[in-house]
Design a protein around this ligand. Structure first.
Ligand code: EPU
Length: 302
């Protein structure tokens, strides 16, 4: 979708919002799949309520993009614009055991920055691509930990109330790959409380997690991490593997040979290919195990 009305373009610039016309979302997502649309880069959180009023009053549909690492975007010209936060400098502030982190901050960089300041707890998240905001929204976790355990406060834009709000940790529920945020809430910043740990000890934990991840996941390939959530008490990856589906493909969309819950873009996969592969695998799992797998990947279909 293109914003061409000069009045809107001028108001965006007044709000300090950068307009990047015709941006390819394939370049902004770890799967490397997705069509084109206008990208609006937001420099100041305070501009968000006015920006959304402006878009709504001119009938411009929009979506919020984090780091694009758990996202499958449709092909072609997309019927909505995309909003993304620009990461401020600095994006992390530390005070005692608290880290105040901007939602646009890179997750891995946050883990290592805190580690270097003797703050641990998030070792398992090393190697998980994406932003703090994205990790927060889906309660990202790995190797026995989840980010929600450390969240004490969240600043967000509440689309339903059309305003910026601050929630305390106990007002938010964090479950396995799920949170109580509304789908159109926009994460802006988070305060984490992290346990003190010597850097050297944290580094040991980070190395162990890195090794485990390297041994079991297709890290060098374009993917969105795990496609499906694990059903209670089971592993979606193991189920897909047990059905002999590693290497199954639709065009360049392929079930990873390394971890069967990772579907990779092995070349020029389209969203159509990837969605067909996902549907096929899901159907086979249902037929054989009687389990309907739930998507972990977020789909923005055109
Ligand atoms: N397994 C197979 N074949 C496969 C994949 C896995 O047999 O192709 C077996 C493994 O050998 C193991 C079991 O299934 O016995 C579980 O596998 P793994 O330890 O890789 O964990 P997972 O349940 O597949 C989850 C998360 C990952 C996270 C790892 C490590 C989900 C959907 N996946 O994977 O998170 O990194 O544990 O904690 O919860 C993600 O969410 O995107 C993600 C990658």
């Amino acid at each position: 979708m293109r914003i061409e009305d000069p009045k809107i373009v001028a108001m965006l610039s007044e709000l300090g919002v950068q307009l990047k016309p015709g941006t390819s979302l394939a370049e902004l997502t770890s799967l490397g799949i997705g069509g084109t649309t206008d990208l609006l880069r937001i420099e100041k959180h305070d501009a968000i309520p006015n920006l959304l009023n402006l878009l709504d009053s001119h009938g411009v549909p929009h979506k919020f993009l984090g780091g694009g690492s758990n996202l499958l975007v449709g092909d072609g010209e997309l019927p909505w614009v995309v909003l993304q936060l620009v990461s401020p400098e600095p994006d992390i502030g530390l005070k005692g055991n608290f880290a105040q982190v901007d939602a646009a901050a890179d997750l891995g960089r946050t883990v290592t920055f805190c580690a270097k300041n003797d703050l641990g707890g998030m070792e398992g998240l090393i190697g998980v691509p994406g932003t703090i905001g994205g990790a927060l929204r889906m309660n990202a976790g790995a190797y026995g930990m989840q980010i929600g355990s450390y969240v004490r406060q969240v600043k967000l834009y509440r689309a339903a109330a059309r305003k910026l709000e601050t929630l305390e940790g106990d007002q938010i529920s964090f479950e396995y790959r799920h949170t109580s945020f509304a789908p159109d809430d926009m994460m802006l910043a988070v305060k984490l409380e992290l346990p003190s740990k010597p850097y050297r000890e944290i580094l040991k934990g980070i190395r162990i997690c890195n090794e485990k991840r390297r041994a079991s996941q297709p890290l060098g390939q374009k993917s969105a991490g795990c496609i499906f959530k694990n059903p209670p008490g089971a592993s979606a990856g193991r189920m897909i593997d047990d059905l002999g589906l590693k290497g199954l493909n639709v065009g360049d969309a392929r079930v990873s040979d390394r971890h069967a819950n990772f579907f990779v873009n092995a070349g020029k996969a389209s969203a159509k290919d990837m969605l067909a592969l996902i549907a096929d695998v899901r159907e086979r799992v249902e037929k054989s195990f009687g389990v309907i797998l739930e998507y972990e990947v977020v789909v923005w279909n055109a």
